[in-house]
Design a protein around this ligand. Sequence first.
Ligand code: S3P
Length: 170
Amino acid sequence: MMRAQNIFIVGPMGAGKSTVGRQLSESLSYTFKDSDQEIQRRTGVDIPTIFEFEGEEGFRNRERQVIEELVSEERIVLATGGGAILNPENRQNLSSRGVVIYLHCSPEQQYARTARDRNRPLLDTEDPLAKLREIMEEREPLYRQVADMVVSTEKRGTSSVVKEICRRLA
Ligand code: S3P
């Protein structure tokens, strides 16, 4: 696969998008961006606060706007939020402006990586594991639809994942 202008990382919460994305950007000397961080930077509040005041719809609007702007940059690695692929405009923007990498892992692994994290409003429920399973069922086809490359992060360290991506991009 040819060296891309941009690399977009998609996948569920807890797949390692931000951690892998940051390290990948360093390996490639690309700029790292994270759509959630960008939304927090622009609004000055955290993601749960946006959900609280504007609902998921308000958050999705902000997410769409941020992604639309970021895809036209060059040499960035962009970690998107787990639900970004729900929006057809986002899917179109991502697949037309760079190589899309789907980081894949089981709901059990996602749960293990997100259990102590209070920054994910969708998991603020009685049974977060059940929620993660439900979300994956809904989104898996969409992740696969936009992906140019699917990489497992199940029980693997960041460096091993980044190495695999670099090898497959070369
Ligand atoms: C979401 C995932 C989160 C964040 C928001 C909604 C989702 O991003 O965008 O809480 O719908 O899966 P991460 O995937 O980075 O946790």
